[in-house]
Structures are given as structure tokens and as C-alpha cells.
Design a protein. Structure first.
Length: 486
């Protein structure tokens, strides 16, 4: 680059010198021929001088402009190189953080699996000696550990995909109280919880809000390794009393204050960034997940801290609209249904579980592994005058359409059918707003017996509970259904 520029400059300067010499010789000879009058010669020399200046200026401008372009190109090349290096460094740091995260996930899941396997093994041993009480206790403990595993999975999905919350209008104080009690059990520090006498209702996903409180509590525990005090307070804040930098509407304010080490000022602006952590064993996802959850609830989260004096996190959740009502589903344990239910899922074991739960709840069950089978079964049932009363559709079927793509076709076959959306993806917008997509409700996976029964009870709240003596009907399809012929 430098050699090429130097060669070009030498050519330009040499050409300019040659042209100047020719012009001077030509102008002198022309002046001698035209006139011997000194004034005419002076005028010609003056014009020659100005022309010389103009040509020189043009040539110098060209040289300078060419040089500037070369400098700009070099600077752009250097900038692109620097950006590439920065991107490589950021990618390296991200991969390192992902490695820490993967290790943490593997550790947590190994512990949870150890708990599930251990309790199931204890239940099997107790069954051998006919100790039914111990069997029930071990199975309950296994389900409790399973609940923690599901919460961990939902946390990862929430962070990875943005996790559209499955909201309902409800009081938040009890959710926060339970999450705090669970997260601080067995801790070595003081815990206090206070709230307004009648905390306003909010439109929230109880699992995500519980997860946010859990993450803030874990953050406080890590900041107080030698013990300390954790204060959680809730209060109603009318729009007129809201901080000026936040929306002027009614909010429920949750503050989580610890007496830990505090956060340095230079780190305070980055604590909600994904993968940012100052802890040796941290993944940098805890507070980032809190931020994601609160923003998905149209809320706000802030932090203030002083090194050596502890930290306080502020969560602001909008108050639910006055006309909104809490959702009270019929008691799931008492629900007894009737009629045919179609279940679509690509996993055989999920079909097995759903079929068993529904049969024990009084339903006949037909199972399908793909959308084509499900539609064929619905068409045959409608043609026979025995249409499906309900359907449970998985949103994601590998290699083919899922529930979202076929729900309208099922409704066209029988407008009276009730359809539940089912998915393991917390980010699926259909799960958050099922009625906007033609569904009548949703049931997130993995679901328990109570979860599925509650969802069915919500569809058919007019069904009367039947006697437990009624024998459950058999499934009309095996867990490995075959495509209908014809």
C-alpha cells in the first residue's frame, strides 16, 4: 500500500514538472512573437503566473485527496480488524460463560435426578414390604424434586426464548411469601417479610414470579456467605406516588434488601446483562432472568447498592385492571368427564400418561402421533356422528404441522369441540394467549395429574362429578397408534 502510493506521487510530481517546463518555454516564445511591448509581456507573465498557481492548486488538491482516501481506507481496514478481534474476544468470553453455565446445569440436574431416582427406589423397596404409607411419602418426595427440575427447565427456557408468561389475575403477596420460604429454608441468616394489608392483584405467571424471587434470594445468599439479614417488603404504590422515571400507573412494589458485600459502582449498570458475573461459580443468568421475567410482565426492575452496606432490588409490577377477575378452576381431584378426547403428541410416553389420566377421569381417548392421523381420526368420528368432545394438541411435531396449524380444521369439522394447546416451550405465544389462536385453553408440559384434570375441568365446568365407582372406559387407541386405513 505504501509503495504504491509513493510511486503514484512520483509520477504526478514528474508529470507536473515536465508540463510546467513546457508551459514556461511556450509562453516565453509566444510573448516574444506577439509583442515587444513591456506591458504586454508583463500581462502575459501575470496570466502565466496565475495559471501556474491554479494548475498547481488543482494538482495538489488531487494529491491530497488521493492521500486522504488512502488514509480513510487504511483506517476503515484497521477498524474492521479491531471489530473482528473484539467480536472474537466476546465470542470467546461467551463460550467460556456457556461452559460455566453447562457445568452448573449438569450439576443441578444430576442432583435432582439423584433425588428422583433415590425416592423412587425407596418407594419400590417399601412396596416390597407392603409399607404403603412409606411408598406414598417417597413418591410425594420424588414429585417435589420433580417440581424443582421443572422449575429449572422453565428458567432456562424463559431466558433462552423470552418465555411469554402464562398469566392470571391473582394476589402476589402469597406467591412471594411461598417462594421466599422455599428459597431460604435451612439458611443461616435472618429473613423478614412484610406486605400491605390488602396487596393489589396483578396479572402474573406464578411460576415465573416465584422464579424471580428465588433468583434474587440466591443472589442475596451468595452476597452473605457468613450470614446476614434479608428483608422483603411489598406495598401498593398509587400512580401519583410512583418515581418520576417510571410509568404513572398503579404498581405493586417488591423490595429485596440484603446486608451483604454490596456491588461496586462500576458493576451496577451491568448486573442484569446476560453472562455478566463477578462470582467464580456464577453463570451470569440469575439476575438476567429476573430482568427478562419482569419486563415480560410490563414491569420494571432496578438495583441500588453500596460496597460494604448491602444491596436492594426493586421490582414494580403493574396493578391488574379493576374489571379483571381471578381464575378459580373447579377442584381437579373431583373432576369427572365424559366423551371422546383426541390427544396429539409425537412422544409415545406422553400419550401413555395423558391417556391414563384422562381414562381415570372418565373420558374415552384416541391418540395420534402426527397431524395427519389426528385429522383423519376427527373426520371419521364426525362422519360416524360421534365427534370428539375435546382435543389436546402438541404445538411442535417434528417434520410436520403441529396443533397451531390444525386447530381451525378441527373447529371446522365440529365447532363445539374444545381444544387445549400443549407445549414444553415457555416462549410459545400460543401458550400465553391461547384464545387469540383459536384454542380454548392451554396446559404446559410437563404436567401432573392435577394439572391436566384442572385444565379439563376448566373446559367443562358444567360436568357433574360422578361416583368413583364408575369404571373408567378403555382407550380407543393404543399408545402406538397406526394411521387409519382408507
Amino acid at each position: 500500500m505504501k509503495g504504491s502510493l509513493r510511486s503514484r506521487l512520483l509520477v504526478i510530481v514528474g508529470g507536473y514538472a515536465a508540463l510546467s517546463a513546457l508551459w514556461i518555454a511556450f509562453s516565453d516564445r509566444l510573448a516574444a512573437r506577439l509583442s515587444s511591448d513591456p506591458e504586454v509581456v508583463l500581462g502575459l507573465n501575470t496570466g502565466k503566473g496565475w495559471l501556474f498557481v491554479v494548475v498547481t492548486a488543482i494538482l495538489l488538491y488531487g494529491v491530497i485527496r488521493r492521500r486522504d482516501r488512502a488514509i480513510e481506507q487504511r483506517q476503515a481496514s484497521l477498524k474492521a480488524g479491531a471489530e473482528k478481534v473484539q467480536a472474537m474476544m466476546a465470542r470467546s468470553e461467551r463460550l467460556e460463560s456457556l461452559g460455566v453455565l453447562a457445568g452448573g446445569i449438569a450439576h443441578d440436574f444430576n442432583n435432582l435426578l439423584a433425588g428422583v431416582f433415590g425416592y423412587l427406589d425407596l418407594a419400590r423397596e417399601s412396596l416390597r414390604v407392603r409399607d404403603l404409607k412409606e411408598v406414598e411419602q417417597s413418591l410425594s418426595d420424588a414429585l417435589s424434586v420433580f417440581g424443582r427440575a421443572r422449575a429449572l427447565t422453565q428458567q432456562l427456557l424463559t431466558f433462552a426464548k423470552g418465555g411469554a408468561p402464562l398469566r392470571k389475575t391473582q394476589p402476589v403477596d402469597e406467591l412471594v411469601r411461598k417462594a421466599l420460604a422455599f428459597a431460604t429454608s435451612g439458611s443461616n441468616y435472618e429473613v423478614s417479610f412484610t406486605s400491605s394489608p390488602e396487596t393489589w392483584l396483578c396479572d402474573v405467571d406464578e411460576h415465573q414470579i416465584g422464579q424471580a424471587i428465588d433468583n434474587l434470594t440466591i443472589n442475596a445468599k451468595q452476597a452473605m456467605p457468613q450470614g446476614g439479614r434479608l428483608d422483603v417488603r411489598m406495598e401498593n404504590v398509587p400512580c401519583a406516588e410512583m418515581p418520576k422515571h417510571l410509568p404513572a400507573q398503579d404498581h405493586v412494589h417488591i423490595s429485596v434488601r440484603d446486608t451483604g458485600n454490596g456491588i461496586p459502582r462500576e458493576h451496577l449498570q451491568r448486573i442484569f446483562d446476560p453472562f455478566f458475573t463477578t462470582k467464580l461459580q456464577g453463570s451470569g443468568l440469575g439476575l438476567a432472568t429476573v430482568h427478562s421475567i419482569v419486563r415480560k410482565h410490563e414491569g420494571h426492575v432496578e438495583a441500588e447498592s453500596e460496597v460494604g452496606a448491602g444491596s436492594v432490588f426493586h421490582l414494580w409490577l403493574p396493578r391488574a385492571q379493576p374489571q379483571a377477575q381471578t381464575i378459580d378452576l373447579p377442584a381437579a381431584d373431583d373432576h369427572r368427564g365424559r366423551g371422546q378426547v383426541l390427544v396429539l403428541d409425537d412422544e409415545a410416553f406422553i400419550l401413555n400418561i395423558a391417556a391414563s389420566i384422562l381414562r381415570r377421569s372418565g373420558y374415552d381417548v384416541s391418540l395420534a402421533r402426527n397431524a395427519e392421523q389426528a385429522l383423519a381420526m376427527a373426520e371419521l368420528a364426525a362422519a360416524a356422528g360421534k365427534p370428539f368432545r375435546a382435543a389436546i394438541l402438541d404445538m411442535t411435531i417434528p417434520g410436520g404441522p403441529g396443533g397451531k396449524e390444525i386447530v381451525q380444521r378441527l373447529k371446522m369439522l365440529d365447532p363445539a369441540i374444545k381444544v387445549l394447546a400443549s407445549s414444553g416451550y415457555a416462549s410459545d405465544e400460543v401458550m400465553a394467549r391461547p384464545k387469540e389462536f383459536g384454542f380454548d385453553g392451554s396446559v404446559p408440559k410437563p404436567y401432573s395429574v392435577q394439572d391436566l384434570r384442572a385444565a379439563m375441568a376448566g373446559l367443562f365446568s358444567d360436568d357433574q362429578p360422578e361416583s368413583d365407582a364408575t369404571p373408567p372406559p378403555t382407550s380407543s387407541q393404543s399408545p402406538e397408534p397406526q394411521a387409519p386405513s382408507g
